[in-house]
Design a protein around this ligand. Structure first.
Ligand SMILES: C[S@@+](CC[C@H](N)C(=O)[O-])C[C@H]1O[C@@H](n2cnc3c(N)ncnc32)[C@H](O)[C@@H]1O
Length: 267
């Protein structure tokens, strides 16, 4: 990857052939993205928003308040037929044997603000989800929802992406039954192991963003991940020949992004 630095010598961005990954608060960084330039936002925001879901925010009002300004920017930067595909599921409460509905609250708030639900997908993800709270007898979660929302229902949506032969056995309607037990991103994991780091715990396997990039964009389109983490969406977009932008708050993830893109060099 290429890199650019600030005058003080801090790394500001990492780049590859089709895009760049920037550190900072994505609300601020989004202001630099031109109007109508993005075909799809593909992301996994923090489920809890700015704080852990607790008594005072079980319905997720606080999470929605946090998320809405990002969607204000998404509306501005998206092309008229562009979509946001975002992963957002319910969280187990830390102090009671049940779950918060902050994700439902956020989807409802978006619908009230004029966003249309194009489709909801369910991503089979038993490895990454928190088990039920200690001592409570509940079935552990095995799916997380991925919401595809837009300003109109008339969006670019290439249904043939769902029938791609490499993917078709795992796509059961809107249930994405990929085997997420590490088979897809071994090169990333191997490169990371050389630096004694563990895979990023909040990462989604690249097969997941890859599907949404193919479904919602054309080659050459611009894909944005404002919560870019390990760079999985950015890497998927790079491999698919889409232009991309990744924004991320946590500078500690640099080795993860480098390891993700090293997989390309390794073939
Ligand atoms: C669920 S993780 C995303 C993981 C990513 N999809 C991946 O595969 O690695 C959410 C990420 O959003 C980042 N984040 C939270 N608030 C942010 C903000 N305001 N601007 C940029 N990044 C933010 C967190 O640091 C975290 O890495």
């Amino acid at each position: 990857m290429t890199e650019s630095t600030t005058a003080a010598g801090d790394r500001r961005a990492l780049g590859a052939e089709h895009g760049s990954y920037h550190w900072g608060d994505s609300l601020a960084l989004l202001e630099g993205v031109p109007d109508g330039s993005v075909r799809a936002v593909v992301c996994s925001p923090p489920f809890e928003g700015p704080q852990l879901i607790a008594d005072e925010d079980r319905a997720g009002a606080c999470s929605s308040d946090w998320l809405m300004p990002f969607f204000g920017q998404f509306e501005r930067v998206l092309r008229p037929d562009g979509c946001v595909a975002f992963e957002l599921g319910g969280l187990w409460l830390s102090d009671a044997p049940g779950k918060a509905v902050q994700h439902a609250g956020a989807v409802h708030a978006l619908a009230k603000a004029g966003w249309r639900l194009v489709q909801d997908f369910y991503y089979y993800n038993p490895q990454l989800l928190n088990p039920e709270p200690e001592g409570a007898a509940r079935a552990p979660d095995s799916v997380t929802p991925i919401w595809v929302m837009a300003r109109t229902h008339d969006v670019h949506y290439d249904v043939s992406a769902l029938r791609h032969p490499a993917r078709a056995p795992f796509v059961r309607g809107n249930l994405l039954e990929f085997d997420t037990s590490g088979v897809y991103d071994r090169a990333y994991e191997k490169t990371l192991a050389e630096t004694s780091l563990h895979p990023y715990v909040d990462r989604w396997p690249t097969v997941v963003p890859e599907l949404f990039v193919e479904l919602l964009t054309r080659p050459g389109d611009l894909v944005l991940d404002p919560f870019a983490g390990s760079g999985a969406t950015c890497f998927a977009a790079e491999r698919l020949g889409r232009r991309w932008l990744g924004f991320e708050l946590d500078r500690g993830l640099e080795q993860h992004v480098r390891a993700m893109f090293a997989a390309r060099r390794a073939g």
